[in-house]
Design a protein around this ligand. Structure first.
Ligand code: SAM
Length: 472
């Protein structure tokens, strides 16, 4: 029954195949020969099947686990170098007709402050985000056809792209809204979005239906098949994710990787990103009400195994996690992080009232973007505000082809250095500017092509002199 090329959710996310995979992995968790074979395959950087990935996830041999973590770091460096791309979420509206049991936006919550930003309020939020230094946003909204119709989302995207405040600009808007129709995905594509992100929440159908007892999101097939509709609508960068804590992490990882295999089989291109959110405390939500919470060690292992399984896919970690946890897992394959985030509707321009809150969940990393940039540099990473790929038409299979043959480095490092320079000139505090300037100088030596290095050096001078937005 398992068929990655099928367009039916229950065939490409096949429960029986997942159960037999979990059984197989459990039986082989001490099978050193098989684990060695899978690690060798992972070293070729061509990815792993969900079955192979689950064997590594279950692997119970400490030395082999160390190899897995080490390899995840190596692969991350091969495909993404030492760059970490930064973004922020922007919540447009928390009106929602769904009944998701883990989310405080659920329709029955009469306690949370309901808010929908006007275009003028969006303008204020975007100016505040630009003043922090952000160039890339992920817009978020509850599902409510009356309050948040597609026209509202499209108008908001137009507003966001139109704002040019001082040297600021939002150059990439990713979108995290509920599953919708091919026609609406086409409209989002025409509005110039970057990645369409939709978390599956859980791949376990029975649990999914219980966790989403009411509203359009109750429909498992419609939700699970959304990425196919998005791709049919012309969106070729899609972002997957599960909400860890709802179901067992082993089931979720198998489902997630089967979803990636499905996209590859049907559309010839896997997910652009994978997010790894964990359930957090929120207004009327207590995460301990869900039985499947995972600790930081398991979380790190999941991230490392994803990195080995889909080496070319970006991986995102949000401010749901503490600075300590982010520091622990970032090395195992994370390529994008949020910084200075608010999960309230509004709140960047004017802080929310303590008594009346609209937040989706508690944030655990409260550092400013400047502090996050500084922390990344101290850890040896290059913070990047690059948005060049989709603006240069490097999306979908074109991006993946460049990424798979590692040619993407020729663009990414130069773009990272030039956007970091913009950040240092326009937004960084003096101390951080100093650290950043010397980082740029040392990283210039890692640009392999002399001609590219010379162009970057020229552009860095031009940025000093006030010009902006150079890219390869
Ligand atoms: N309403 C859209 C949907 O249905 O997909 C947009 C998603 S919502 C604004 C963003 C994501 O936040 C959800 O997909 C869910 O995974 C996550 N989320 C919801 N409640 C959460 C909680 N209590 N802790 C952590 N993440 C949560």
């Amino acid at each position: 029954m398992y068929n990655p090329s099928s367009l039916k959710a229950e065939e490409f996310i096949c429960h029986e195949e997942i159960m037999s995979t979990l059984d197989f992995a459990h039986q082989h968790k001490n099978d050193a020969a098989l684990i060695d074979e899978i690690i060798s395959k992972a070293k070729e950087c061509k990815g792993l099947s969900h079955r192979e990935a689950l064997v590594l996830l279950d692997c119970d041999i400490p030395e082999k686990n160390q190899e897995i973590f080490k390899l995840a770091e190596d692969i991350k460096k091969q495909f993404y170098g030492n760059r970490i791309v930064l973004f922020a979420p922007l919540y447009l509206s928390n009106y929602c007709v769904n009944g998701c049991l883990y989310c405080p936006y659920h329709a029955k919550n009469k306690h949370i402050l309901r808010k929908k930003l006007t275009q003028d309020e969006i303008r204020q939020e975007v100016i505040a985000l630009q003043d922090m230094g952000h160039k890339r946003l992920a817009i978020e909204a509850g599902e409510d056809p009356v309050n948040n119709p597609i026209e509202y989302i499209l108008e908001s995207i137009k507003t966001i792209y139109s704002i040019k405040h001082k040297n600021g600009a939002i150059r990439r808007v990713n979108v995290n809204i509920a599953a919708t129709s091919v026609e609406n995905y086409r409209k989002l594509k025409e509005a110039g979005i970057g990645t369409y992100i939709l978390f599956q929440e859980t791949y376990h159908k029975e649990s999914y239906e219980k966790l989403h007892p009411s509203g359009p999101k109750h429909n498992y097939a419609y939700h699970t098949e959304a990425m196919d509709r998005a791709m049919d609508g012309g969106i070729d960068d899609v972002g997957l994710g599960v909400l860890f804590g709802l179901e067992t992490y082993r089931y979720e990882l198998a489902g997630l990787l089967m979803h990636a295999e499905h996209l590859e089989a049907v559309h010839g291109v896997g997910p652009h990103t994978i997010s790894v959110p964990r359930v957090k405390h929120a207004d009327d939500i207590d995460p301990s009400a869900f039985d499947n919470g995972i600790d930081d060690d398991v979380f790190a292992k999941i991230i490392a195994v994803i990195r080995l399984s889909v080496p070319y896919t970006g991986m995102i970690i949000s401010t749901r996690e503490t600075p300590q946890c982010r520091e622990k897992v970032i090395h195992y394959g994370i390529s994008q992080i949020s910084g200075g985030s608010k999960t309230s509707v509004g709140g960047y321009a004017v802080p929310e009232d303590e008594e009346l809150k609209s937040e989706q969940f508690d944030v655990s990393d409260h550092r400013t973007l400047d502090e996050v940039v500084n922390w990344l540099m101290k850890l040896g990473y290059v913070p990047s505000f690059c948005t060049a790929c989709y603006r240069e038409g490097r999306t979908g299979d074109r991006f993946m082809a460049l990424c798979k043959n590692k040619q993407i480095h020729n663009c990414c490092l130069p773009n990272a250095l030039m956007t970091l320079k913009e950040y240092l000139m326009d937004y960084a505090s003096p101390d951080i500017k100093k650290v950043g300037e010397s980082l740029i100088q040392s990283e210039l030596n890692h640009i392999s092509k002399d001609k590219v290095r010379d162009i970057v050096k020229d552009n860095l001078v031009k940025i000093e002199n006030g010009q902006r937005d150079f890219r390869f």
